[in-house]
Design a protein around this ligand. Structure first.
Ligand code: UD1
Ligand code: UDP
Length: 360
């Protein structure tokens, strides 16, 4: 069977951020297929989002799973190529900066005449030690359609010499997903009573390799978050990504009583936690965007961000993982009036992407 459009995806943020585009395809009756690499496979990082976001089951699940960068990406390229040979879509859409994105892009770009569209193009942390930075640069430079979410991202692509006619600024599809789901989340979720969280709490997510794979850095991150919330009488809810959960035990990280570890949350419960928290601590890209959209102050536990728009509007601050810096950042962000403007568009990114691909 042949589809017009294939989505190659493999991780939690890709499922969430492509969901508005997949649903827009359904509305427009565009034939499409979903190729899931299987990079994420735990129910709480994967199938829970297909169910909750009303997405059809993937036509293909390549069940690649976890391994080293080279093995994971290489095996994905082989398997994606074989699926695309069969499926022969006009366009392959990938989103973001994971190994699944890189593999989908490499496989598709060499199969003539398949074109590649990169959703969320042009983001840069300028930190080439991060695997995500390598993936997003390579994907942008191999893609035929570039969908930068903002002018800043578009300008970066121009700066790197990519042609303006390949680019359409669409806003970020996460605005579509947040807009579609926030009020449903508040109606349906009972996450706050489930965890018995206090009226005033903070939300923490940390899973990036550079933060959790190094014992000293991960321990400093945890210690700094606890020190910061102690000063404001806040408790912390930490839905823990399996990568970080494993590191807590293998690196023997001590988690103080201020921080409650809980399982990864589904999207609706997580949106409620983000919306209701006094402050968000994170190293996630998507969570920096969502807290900005929901007007919850954020501190980013990294030394850089590829989401400078959140800093520019005053929604986010880069604080790293050192105690003094995290404590100061939290004090400052808790004093901020959360009245900034969302810099990521008006929630029509998915429709704009399909318009740019000239699907009626
Ligand atoms: C990947 C992305 C990262 C993104 C994150 C989103 C790359 C290089 N990294 O990181 O940019 O922020 O997804 O969540 O693509 N594991 C499970 N169950 C799963 C998946 C992973 O237990 O379903 C565990 C395994 O021990 C695995 C580890 O998590 O070794 C890391 O998984 P991996 O896919 O390599 O990267 P992420 O840390 O998830
Ligand atoms: N998310 C979720 N449950 C959680 C943690 C995160 O649904 O327990 C969602 C969050 O709303 C956001 C996305 O996962 O849309 C971010 O994914 P992640 O932090 O894994 O990856 P990154 O954005 O850093 O690539």
């Amino acid at each position: 069977m042949s589809s017009t459009l294939s989505f190659v995806l493999g991780t939690r943020p890709e499922i969430i951020k492509l969901s508005p585009v997949i649903r827009a395809c359904q509305r427009r009756e565009i034939p499409f297929s979903i190729v899931h690499t299987g990079q994420h496979y735990s129910e709480k990082l994967d199938s829970v989002f297909f169910e909750q976001l009303g997405l059809p089951a993937p036509e293909y699940n390549l069940t690649i799973g976890s391994s080293s960068h080279g093995e994971q990406t290489g095996r994905m390229v082989v398997e994606i190529e074989s699926v695309l040979e069969k499926e022969r879509p006009d366009v392959v859409l990938v989103q973001g900066d994971t190994n699944s994105v890189l593999a989908g892009t490499i496989a598709a770009t060499k199969l003539d005449p398949i074109l590649v569209g990169h959703v969320e193009a042009g983001l840069r942390s300028f930190d080439r030690d991060m695997p995500e930075e390598v993936n997003r640069r390579l994907a942008d430079h191999a893609a035929d359609y570039l969908f930068p979410p903002t002018e800043t991202a578009r300008d970066q692509l121009l700066e790197e010499g990519l042609p303006a006619e390949w680019m359409t600024i669409t806003g970020n599809t996460i605005v579509d997903a947040v807009t579609e789901n926030t009020s449903i989340a508040h109606e349906r979720s009972d996450v706050l009573s489930e965890f018995g969280v206090r009226e005033r709490f903070a939300l923490l997510t940390a899973h990036r390799a550079e933060n959790v794979d190094d014992r000293e850095r991960f321990a400093s991150l945890i210690d700094s978050v606890a020190a910061a919330v102690r000063k404001h009488d806040l408790s912390v809810v930490y839905p823990i990504h399996p990568r970080a959960e494993k590191r807590i035990s293998t690196l023997d990280i001590d988690v103080p009583e201020e921080i409650t570890l809980v399982e990864p949350q589904d999207f609706l419960d997580f949106l409620v936690l983000e919306d209701e928290a006094e402050i968000v601590f994170t190293d996630s890209g998507g969570v920096q965007e969502e807290s900005c959209i929901l007007r919850t102050p954020c501190v980013t536990l990294r030394d850089n961000t590829e989401r400078p728009e959140t800093i520019a509007v005053g929604a986010n601050r880069i604080v790293g993982v050192e105690r003094a810096s995290v404590v100061n950042g939290v004090r400052e962000m808790l004093a901020v009036e959360p009245d900034w403007k969302n810099p990521f568009g008006d929630g029509t990114a998915a429709e704009q992407i399909l318009d740019a691909l000239e699907y009626e």
